[in-house]
Each structure stands twice: as structure tokens, then as C-alpha cells.
Design a protein around this ligand. Structure first.
Ligand code: C5P
Length: 416
């Protein structure tokens, strides 16, 4: 029955990396400390972050875009008005891409413009257009730092939740001694990691299924369903961002693999089951987000079925394995999470499913009439043996983040 496993693939990523899977948008403003930002890109990447760099016009007088392009591995943006760059990743897209915006160095002028809510260049526009946390690392002459105008601007930014890293004291490029030096690259990485808080699933093996299954009828036809895989992929992504080693078993979908996720592509329910059982022994958490076909044709025709002249066609279907129930029935089982897509009496049916399949948690959602499948947003009702939580309509990425946080919390409660 259960497939024997001899070799599991190498795990992807390193939970010791404090910024693994974090998208950091590094803004560099005009000041002599801009040269230190090149080193910062290296340190951020060493910490596991994906880094994209935006230079202000003045920063580009001190350092070149080429340096940052080579170090970050991505094209560097310097202007709002670059049509080809906007076509590749528009500034709003860039603002959404960022999990963190870090402006280092932040000059006195940039701080003043941020504090006043300007959006007259790419970097200030991004800082307004993002929902990601913004941190600034000031660097300037000590007199400029101490000026009441600068301090008032900083106080206003702090009030709005902008985090301020440094500056340090010491000798300055201009010859002065005092406060206003950019923090060292390693210190900035540590500040950013500390500000993000602990990663809930650091080093935990998580197995996720996603997408539909296709059950072949003949070489050209199959029985499938409308699952896009987006929810499951978002869950895999959120788990990886929480520090987990994630294996994602994906049915046929058109989605990019999230960073630091090991993906195994399958087609049918039986292939999905085999892939799951090849990896489940190592998993501490199993999240079954796939819409697994309950039935498959009894046999797959070797050749394309022909119209026989009859007005009806009968297909004999046999039941597929219930992968989720099988995993939940294992003697040594991971923390087991199922999904329930319901068209009616959602809570009642989902709770019954939680109990019948012996799950630790079920995420229920309403489907049909433009809800659930093939959409970017969703709403979930989480049910577990003695609790419930409603996650209101949101982007699937955000929902996945909240779901993963709840899984981590419930699993810790079970373990302790
Ligand atoms: O019973 P129902 O199909 O509604 O249960 C849905 C849950 O069970 C989902 O988590 C789905 O991934 C899982 N499932 C499964 N194998 C099946 C059918 C459903 O793992 N054959």
C-alpha cells in the first residue's frame, strides 16, 4: 500500500536565514553613504532575502545602477517615467511585491519628503503606494541630524509606524564627529529581521497539496474540476515565508512555484496519493488544499472514443483514494489540515468532515456562483475540535498567511 521511501529530496532553503523568502525593496537616496548600500544588498541576500533596488536621482550621482543590478540580480529602477521598466514591473506592482521597504541611506531631504507624503519620484511614490512596513536608516551630517526640522520629520514618521534604524555615532565623511553614520550592513539586516518577529514554522517540514486532479477518459479527454490551485500555492508560499521546508504536490495548474518550495507535479488522484505518501513520513504538517477528484473512469481507453451513433455515452467511474483521510489515519501522523469547499450549510458540513476524517483543522469556504474557485480572493471559516475563526474576504495570499499563523499556533498547543 504505502510506498516505501528510500530517498527524500534535499530540503530547499535554510531556516537559519533570518530573511528567507522575504521580498525587500531597498531604496537608496542621495548621500555619500550610498556606497555602503552595495554591501547591504549582499548581506540581505545572504540572509535569504530577494532584493530589488530603487535609486533616487541623487543616489545615482554617487553610485551606479549597474552595481546594484549585478549585486541584486534584478534590474534597478531609478525613475517613475521609464516606460520599459513600467512595462516589466509597474511601480504599483513593485509596491505590492515588497514585503519590506528599507531606505538606506535615508538622507535628510528624503526623510522630509516622506514625512510630508510627497510622491514626486519613484521611491517616495512606492513608500506611499505600499502596504508593506517601511524602515529608514538615516545617514547625514551630525548637524543636519540634530536639526529640529529633521527631528520633527522623524517624529512624524515614527508616529505613522515607520521604523528608524540608527544612525550610529562616530567619524563622518565630512570630517565631523557625531550622530549621523549609517548603521553597518550586518546591523541593518539584524534590525530588519528583529522587526519581522519570530518565524512561526522555522525548520518545520510541511507538505501541501494544491490544484485539481485530472482523471483521463481517453488520450485526449479527462474529468477535471475548476480548482485553480491559487489557494494551495498561496498556502505553500506562506508556510515557506514562515520558515518551513515546504513540499508542494501540485495537480495540473498554470502557476509559478513559490520561492523556496520543492514542487512535485502530478496529474491524477492516484499520482497525487503516491507523491504524498512518498513525502509524508518527514512532514510535521500536512495541508490538503487540492480539489481531488472523487471518482475516475474505471478504465482509460487506449484510443480516442468515437461517436458510436448513440445519443448517450455511459462512463463507469470508480472511487479514488481519499488522500486526506488516509494521512489522518496514519499511526504516526502529522498535524492534518483539510479544506472543505461547500455550496450550502458550510459550517455544519465542514464540522462533520472535520470529525469524520479526524482532522486537526479544516478550512471551509463557500463555492459556486462566482465564489471560491478561479478567484484571487476568498473568505475562510476555520474549524478545529474546540474552536472556530472567521477569516473575512481577503486576497488569497493574506488568507494563507492567517491560516498558517493559526496552524502554527494550534500545532504548538498540541505539542506542548
Ligand atoms: O470530502 P471532501 O472531498 O469534501 O473533502 C475535501 C478535503 O479532502 C480536501 O482537503 C481535499 O484535499 C481532501 N480530499 C482528498 N482526497 C480525496 C478527496 C478529498 O485528499 N479523494
Amino acid at each position: 500500500m504505502t510506498q516505501q521511501v528510500t530517498h527524500l529530496p534535499e530540503r530547499v532553503g535554510n531556516p537559519a536565514e533570518p530573511l528567507a523568502s522575504v521580498n525587500v525593496l531597498l531604496g537608496v537616496s542621495g548621500g555619500i553613504a550610498a556606497y555602503k548600500s552595495a554591501e547591504l544588498v549582499r548581506r540581505l541576500r545572504d540572509a535569504g532575502a530577494d532584493v530589488r533596488v530603487v535609486l533616487t536621482e541623487n543616489a545615482a550621482r554617487f553610485v551606479t545602477a549597474l552595481t546594484f543590478q549585478a549585486l541584486s540580480g534584478h534590474p534597478v529602477r531609478t525613475s517613475l517615467w521609464d516606460e520599459s521598466a513600467e512595462a516589466a514591473m509597474g511601480h504599483i506592482e513593485l509596491a505590492r511585491w515588497a514585503d519590506e521597504i528599507l531606505v538606506a541611506p535615508a538622507s535628510a531631504d528624503l526623510i522630509a519628503r516622506l514625512s510630508n507624503g510627497h510622491a514626486d519620484d519613484l521611491l517616495t511614490t512606492l513608500c506611499l503606494a505600499t502596504s508593506a512596513p517601511v524602515a529608514i536608516a538615516p545617514a547625514m551630517n551630525q548637524q543636519m541630524w540634530a536639526h529640529p526640522a529633521t527631528q520633527a520629520n522623524l517624529a512624524r514618521l515614527r508616529e505613522r509606524g515607520v521604523r528608524v534604524f540608527g544612525p550610529a555615532s562616530g567619524e563622518q565623511a565630512c570630517g565631523d564627529v557625531g550622530r549621523g553614520r549609517l548603521l553597518e550592513a550586518s546591523e541593518l539586516v539584524a534590525e530588519l529581521a528583529a522587526a519581522r518577529g519570530p518565524r512561526e514554522l522555522a525548520g518545520v517540514d510541511v507538505l501541501v497539496t494544491a490544484g485539481p486532479t485530472f482523471e483521463d477518459i481517453d488520450p485526449v479527454r479527462f474529468i477535471g474540476n475548476r480548482s485553480s490551485g491559487r489557494m494551495g500555492f498561496a498556502v505553500a508560499d506562506a508556510a515557506a515565508r514562515a520558515g518551513a521546508f515546504v513540499t508542494l504536490v501540485a495537480g495540473p495548474v498554470h502557476l509559478a512555484t513559490p520561492p523556496r518550495v520543492t514542487r512535485i507535479d502530478v496529474r491524477s488522484a492516484r499520482e497525487m496519493r503516491d507523491a504524498v505518501f512518498a513525502h509524508v513520513a518527514r512532514a510535521k504538517i500536512f495541508i490538503s488544499a487540492a480539489a481531488v477528484g472523487d471518482f475516475r473512469p474505471q478504465s482509460v481507453a487506449a484510443h480516442k472514443l468515437k461517436k458510436s451513433g448513440a445519443s448517450t455515452l455511459e462512463l463507469s467511474l470508480v472511487q479514488n483514494p481519499d488522500i486526506l483521510a488516509e494521512v489522518a489515519a496514519l499511526a504516526q501522523r502529522p498535524f492534518v489540515v483539510g479544506f472543505a469547499a461547500e455550496t450550502e450549510q458550510m459550517e455544519e458540513f465542514a464540522r462533520a468532515k472535520l470529525e469524520r476524517k479526524q482532522l486537526d483543522l479544516i478550512a471551509a469556504n463557500q463555492v459556486g456562483s462566482n465564489l471560491g474557485f478561479e478567484r484571487d480572493d476568498n473568505a475562510l471559516l476555520l474549524l478545529w475540535p474546540n474552536g472556530r475563526e472567521e477569516l473575512p474576504q481577503a486576497d488569497k495570499r493574506e488568507l494563507a498567511r492567517q491560516l498558517v499563523a493559526r496552524i502554527a499556533q494550534l500545532r504548538d498547543a498540541v505539542a506542548s
